[in-house]
Design a protein around this ligand. Sequence first.
Ligand code: SF4
Length: 349
Amino acid sequence: MEKFEKFDFQRIPVPLLSWYQKSKRSLPWRENPTPYRVWVSEIMLQQTRVEAVKEYFLRFMNVLPGVEALAVCEEEKLLKLWEGLGYYSRVRNMQKAAKVLVGVYGGEFPRDIEALKDLPGIGSYTAGAIASIAFGLPVAAVDGNVFRVAARLEENPTRISDPKYRKYLEETLSAVYPKDGENCSAFTQSLFELGALVCKPQNPDCAVCPLKGLCRAYAHGTQSLFPVMPEKKAKRQEKVYVFLIETPQGFCIRRREEGVLRGLNEFPSAVIEEGISPENVLNEWGVYEFTEISRRKYVHIFTHIRWDITCIWIRTDSAPFDAYALDEIEESISLPTAFKQCLGILKEV
Ligand code: SF4
């Protein structure tokens, strides 16, 4: 941790809770915040905007209303429910955790932070959110919003990627939690809400902030310097062919066996190596006779990789992989966005 003058976080719950009661948004997961609903919403909200999550959350709850249903859900159905949210390991881990909850805890969530953190896919942030929001325990949940608010309040110069900073903030905030369960739940959500609505990454709305009288970054005009973000690493670039192979039975789909998105469905693809043509790849799959209908290029960005994709639509009589009707693909087969956007090419011709 970098050196800085400690801030008295004890002063923030009262003004923040008062502001939250007046300003909080009505969100589906805030109604009846059971541990299951809090958990599902928090996992969905990692990497995805609130507005986009609302619909996914309601659909997920409708189909899988509790841990028992999640634990036994068929994989393809589960992936389809998650389609578009990305980072599919999250939902796979949720199902693993649901199986543990059913098998070990009788379908209930443990009211213990360490036991929550032992569940697959649940780190200190998600455990803190479940413990405080659903159980009313005085445990902080430190996400990007909370880092931003806290770093600006005390002008903390430590990079948020420093694990010691996270630990420090979890301990410091947990120590100032209100003593009653209801306000514990509200305090966690008030920090999220302030970061989302007021203390935004760019152009924070300090004039309406309930903490502006305490905030060092506001006093010094240094809001844009905090939080100190991790150093950016360059993304690896890969060139990829994605084939829409149309056959009399439909379009070919297979499971990815390696690389990013391993274990998920794809339109057959191949990383483009020096001197390898689309024909070479198709021949390797046993496709020799085909007609190319069209091709187009697009880019898909993952966390650490950039794919420069050439999508090629061909027609052939022999299906090298399982083939499905377009309706079936759109309605019941899960496809990561990197491949799904390929379907746009069908509408251009
Ligand atoms: S005063 Fe501004 S920078 Fe400080 S916490 Fe509020 S919104 Fe964030």
